[in-house]
Structures are given as structure tokens and as C-alpha cells.
Design a protein around this ligand. Structure first.
Ligand code: NAD
Length: 477
């Protein structure tokens, strides 16, 4: 028999799958029983979220560092703390205008009626988040759902247990479970979670799991936003200085140890300049991180499974005869999973480094013979989340942007498109569908209900002609 003391000493029980159904039913009932939350209530929720991030900065930095083994404190602060607060602030500032009814014109026969598109909350929104930015990618979708007046159930990643536990505790301390509920369960919980009949589901994660989630949601006709991954290419144009290109790519590739959904996955450079690019990137990486091993600013690969997966790409490419260039002996950082920048020159297109999303500090450098060849190279693969074009001439930038398909694009920089509060963010094809951030995010989690207001008494105007006895259609026209 377990005594009270023994029970208290035990770990709290893992979230029961049945609890999910109960919370869902409670949130639904609570939603149905009240009118849409006011502007002030929504702003209060957003401010509460903002404060809990601000006030727990150090605990969150520590938790992320422990989860990754090494996680640059600056990266946690910039991406998880500052990046989250900035978006929430932007939501608070713009919420009034997003919530306002949007006037639409009235078809001529029906004047003086009024037409409006009126955003309404959907109900209960489910959010599933990944491990690579465990706080930001959980809180921004959740904040968007709250801004749109919904209730939220969030499933955070089980692979960053410390950050997930802190986040869960903070949400529990600050929100009623009827408004915002968090679970950090693993596989069994994840599939039970995505089987709930949510009014909307926002999933951030891999393309593979995204397909499973979309199928589960289809059974409930739950609309889904899929924020997935993919291989985001960099196209370096003929005219662009190679050293500058290499420096930008080295920075972007190594941010968060390459574990970013919009990391540059591979680089296309004019044929013959692959080596020049690699040498310049090597130099740039050494400037950014004089050493990778033991450097507290160099974020580690999350776990052994991912480390083995990523180094496996390099071993395979070498075996297939591709040239590999590193910036430091990888053995030095092996025990801490700090893998230095590793470049592979022209790996065979069928090698796994060119078929999988890399999600780590390995960079294929591929020579292209013509514009057409570079376009085809990208367009013949699964549609990337981001496209990076490095080119000085406007005409050439346009050229690449019109010919190459992607979820989003940045010209002459990398990744920072994500930080633009007024730009939507989302993928296409293999990198997902739907978008959030900014007004588009608010809209994605709202029902944009069209409403026509006729006058109460002399209201039917043009509609009168629709009543029998009918005239001739020709007379109407
Ligand atoms: P993942 O797909 O393995 O897991 C994501 C989440 O889904 C986790 O919370 C996990 O518990 C849950 N999950 C796992 N199996 C499930 C199932 N059968 N049913 C329902 N849920 C399930 O992804 P990950 O490894 O955590 O994250 C890395 C991937 O996420 C990369 O592909 C990356 O590109 C992508 N990503 C995309 C974005 C974006 O905004 N587009 C942002 C970050 C990461």
C-alpha cells in the first residue's frame, strides 16, 4: 500500500489521455456558454502571456540550455523571449483593428443594405509544437488563438522536457484550464490530442507527422494549419560577392545549431565556385565561433538520435565520393554534440543529405550550370518553406522569385523574414499550408462571417424581384 508520503514523493502522474477529452468538453461548454471575449479580455490574456515570459526569462534560458546540453543564452533570449514578446506586443497593438467588422460594398440592387465581414472566434483551438524553439513555437500560435477569442489546448514537445515543464507550470499558474491548457505528453498523448474535434488545429513539426495529423483532423473536418519543414535553398547569383554570401549562410546555418525550420538547407552557387564558397564559409564560421567544441555560444544538436542522423549524412556522402570540408575536428565536440560546420561539395542528388531535411550544421554546396538548371533543381523537389536569393540586380531578383516556388522568400538576407510582424508566415506543398503571424494569423483562427444587414421595414429592395409572380429575366437584366 502506498502511504500519503510515498504518493507525494512520486513523480506527478503523466497526463492521462482521458483528461484531454474532459478538458476539451469543458472548454467547448465554456465557449458555448459565453459571448465572444471582449477586446479588453483578449488584451488581458495577451498581457498575462507577455508578462510570464518577461518575468521568467532566466528560468527559461536555463531550462533550454539544459534541454539542448548547450544552447547559446543569446539565442534563447532573442528567439524565445524577445521574439515572443515582440509578436505579442504587436498583437496587442493591432487587435482592435483586426477585430473590427470589415465593410464590404453592396450589390447595386440591394442598396441601402449594409455588408460586413465580422471576425468571430472559432471555439477550441489545438496547438501542437516542436522542440527546436520550444517556447516561441508553442506560445505564438497559442497567443494568436487567444487574440482571436478562442480557448486553447497546447501539446508541447516531449523532447525538451525541462522547458516544456516550466512552460506548463507557468500556464497553469496564470490561466484557468478552461481558457488555456497545456500537456507535455509523448506519442500516445499526441495522437489522442490530434484526434479531438478541435475547431482549428495548428501543427508545427515535420512533414511526416504533419501528414498523420492532417488525416486525423480530416476525420473531424477540423481545419488545419500545417507549419512543416523542408529543404530551404539559397541561390547565389553570378553577380553576388561570394565571401558575403558565405558569411550570411554560415551565420544562418549555425544559428540554433542549424535546428531552425527556415535554416538554409543547401546552397546553389555558379558551377566552378563551390570551393571558393566553402573556403569563405569556413573562414566566416571560424570568425563567428573561434571553436565549436566547448563554446557556450555554439548550440548543440538536441540529442544523440539527431546527432547520429546528421553525422550519418556526412558518412554516406563521403562513402559516395563527395568531398567534405569541416572547420574543426568533429571529434572535439562529440561528447557535447557540438558538431562544427561541415560542408559537402556536390553530394549525389540521391544521397539522403539531399533528400532529407538536414536540420543541423551540415551544408551541401551545389554547383549550377545555368539559371534553368538551378530553378529545376529546386522546383523538382518538395516545395521549400523559404527561398533565399542573393543577388544585387533587381531584375535578377525578380527573375528568381518568379521562377522558383516556396512558402516565403528573403532577398539578400536569411531567416529574418520570420521576424517581420506584418508578414504572414507559412509553407506550401511539402512545407505545409495555411499561415499565421500578423493579420493573417488572426484571420486563420477566426471565422470571417459575412453578414448582410437589410433595413428592417423597407428592406427587401432589389430582393423583391425574386418573389413571384415572376417577371421575365430579360426585363431584370
Ligand atoms: P515532429 O513532427 O517530430 O514533432 C512535432 C510535434 O508533434 C511534437 O509535439 C510531437 O510530440 C508531436 N507528434 C509526434 N507524433 C505525433 C503523432 N503521431 N500525432 C500527433 N502529434 C505527434 O517534429 P520535431 O522533430 O519536434 O520538429 C522538427 C520539425 O519541425 C522539422 O521538420 C522542422 O522543419 C519543423 N518545424 C517547422 C516550423 C514551421 O514554422 N514551419 C517551425 C519549427 C520546426
Amino acid at each position: 500500500r502506498t502511504t500519503e508520503k510515498q504518493r507525494n514523493d512520486q513523480e506527478p502522474p503523466a497526463t492521462e489521455v482521458t483528461e484531454l477529452g474532459e478538458i476539451f468538453a469543458r472548454q467547448r461548454a465554456a465557449f458555448a456558454g459565453t459571448s465572444a471575449p471582449s477586446l479588453q479580455e483578449r488584451k488581458d490574456n495577451l498581457l498575462k502571456l507577455q508578462r510570464l515570459v518577461e518575468q521568467n526569462r532566466l528560468i527559461l534560458v536555463e531550462a533550454a540550455n539544459a534541454d539542448f546540453g548547450t544552447r547559446a543564452a543569446f539565442e534563447t533570449e532573442m528567439s524565445e523571449i524577445v521574439g515572443t514578446i515582440s509578436i505579442i506586443r504587436y498583437m496587442r497593438r493591432n487587435l482592435r483593428s483586426w477585430m473590427a467588422p470589415r465593410r464590404r460594398s453592396v450589390s447595386i440592387w440591394y442598396r441601402p443594405a449594409k455588408n460586413r465581414v465580422e471576425p468571430r472566434p472559432l471555439g477550441v483551438v489545438g496547438v501542437v509544437s516542436p522542440w527546436n524553439f520550444p517556447l516561441h513555437l508553442a506560445l505564438i500560435p497559442a497567443a494568436t488563438a487567444l487574440a482571436a477569442g478562442n480557448r486553447v489546448m497546447l501539446k508541447v514537445s516531449e523532447f525538451t522536457p525541462r522547458t516544456s515543464a516550466v512552460l506548463k507550470r507557468l500556464i497553469e499558474e496564470n490561466f484557468s484550464r478552461d481558457v488555456f491548457y497545456v500537456t507535455d505528453g509523448g506519442g500516445e498523448v499526441a495522437s489522442a490530442f490530434t484526434s479531438l474535434p478541435f475547431d482549428h488545429l495548428l501543427f508545427t513539426g515535420s512533414t511526416q507527422v504533419g501528414k498523420i495529423v492532417a488525416k486525423a483532423a480530416a476525420d473531424n473536418l477540423t481545419p488545419v494549419t500545417l507549419e512543416l519543414g523542408g529543404k530551404s535553398p539559397v541561390i547565389v547569383d553570378e553577380d553576388y560577392p561570394i565571401a558575403r554570401a558565405a558569411a550570411t549562410v554560415a551565420w544562418a546555418k549555425l544559428y540554433n545549431g542549424g535546428q531552425v525550420c527556415i535554416s538554409p538547407d543547401y546552397v546553389l552557387v555558379p558551377r566552378g565556385r563551390e570551393k571558393e564558397f566553402a573556403t569563405a564559409a569556413q573562414e566566416a564560421a571560424r570568425k563567428l565561433y573561434p571553436k565549436a567544441a566547448g563554446n557556450p555560444e555554439y548550440t548543440a544538436v538536441l540529442n544523440e538520435r539527431h546527432y547520429d542522423r546528421i553525422t550519418g549524412y556526412v558518412t554516406e556522402a563521403k562513402a559516395l565520393g563527395a568531398e567534405v570540408i569541416t572547420v574543426e575536428d568533429p571529434e572535439l565536440g562529440r561528447s557535447r554534440r557540438q558538431l562544427p560546420l561541415t560542408m559537402i561539395i556536390n553530394p549525389p542528388v540521391e544521397s539522403t543529405v539531399m533528400t532529407d531535411e538536414i536540420f543541423g550544421p551540415v551544408l551541401p554546396i551545389i554547383g549550377y550550370d545555368s539559371d534553368r538548371a538551378a530553378e529545376d533543381f529546386v522546383n523538382s523537389r518538395s516545395t521549400p518553406l523559404a527561398l533565399y536569393v542573393l543577388s544585387t540586380a533587381r531584375r535578377r531578383q525578380k527573375h528568381w522569385l518568379t521562377r522558383v516556388t516556396s512558402g516565403s522568400a528573403v532577398v539578400n538576407d536569411m531567416m529574418v523574414g520570420y521576424l517581420q510582424n506584418d508578414l504572414p508566415f507559412g509553407g506550401r506543398g511539402g512545407s505545409g499550408y495555411g499561415a499565421y503571424h500578423g493579420r493573417e494569423g488572426f484571420d486563420a483562427m477566426s471565422h470571417l462571417r459575412p453578414v448582410m444587414y437589410q433595413r428592417a421595414i423597407f428592406g427587401r429592395t432589389g430582393g423583391q424581384m425574386l418573389y413571384p409572380p415572376y417577371g421575365k429575366v430579360a426585363d431584370v437584366l
